[in-house]
Design a binder for this molecule. Sequence first.
Ligand SMILES: [Fe+2]
Length: 240
Amino acid sequence: MEGFRCQERYGYVWVALADPLTDIPEIPEVADPQFRQIHQFYEVWKCAGLRLMENSFDNAHPHFVHQKSFGLVSEPVPPDLDSFEELEYGLQATSVLPVFNSDIQKQNLQMTEDRTVRILESTWFMPFSRKLKISYPNGLVHIIFTGATPIDDQTSQVVQFCVRNDSEAEVSAESIIAFDRQVTLEDQLILEGTDYDVPLDLKEEQHMFTDKPGIVMRHKLAALLKAHGEVEVRRGEVVG
Ligand SMILES: [Fe+2]
């Protein structure tokens, strides 16, 4: 019988179908007693993992896609990245995003102000996982981990949990899940309308400056395929 490497971490089972190139993504806050972990969802999305990843790092989309939940559609100029670093198997970017506070967010963030900023530190773990660390000016930290495991070219098994440095007595997990659910449904609506056949070649799609992380993702995935003697296989092409 064939066996696979398998580990439990963060309440999930991680399976490597071949020798893994990297360790499981590090989310040290899960083990930090100042933080609590909240499982959010585990479900199938009809989109490619790379679309989900590039969307996560795109600072131009919240103003429009999330205008009902936190995006300031009246101030749609996206912020620049404050830092950007390529990692061996991923990348990391930081920025500060102005947002509005809906009633549920005022409660979840324990804020009375109508707007605030998200201090963002985003990490991409190749190929299809990300950690989004959101720090607010009042010291609250809300970390979202999202992983998209490919089922086939068009479909991903998406898991999401969050880690926060507050308590259930302050903010209920139910309220936190409800807000992040609203946000992810807004993303899902757009992402399920995108073409799953994401080209790694930059000439096929138009890009703007906020797409820099997505462009580096394409470069790094293409380089990884090349380093392992593989090539990108597009829709309609036959493998091998
Ligand atoms: Fe989004």
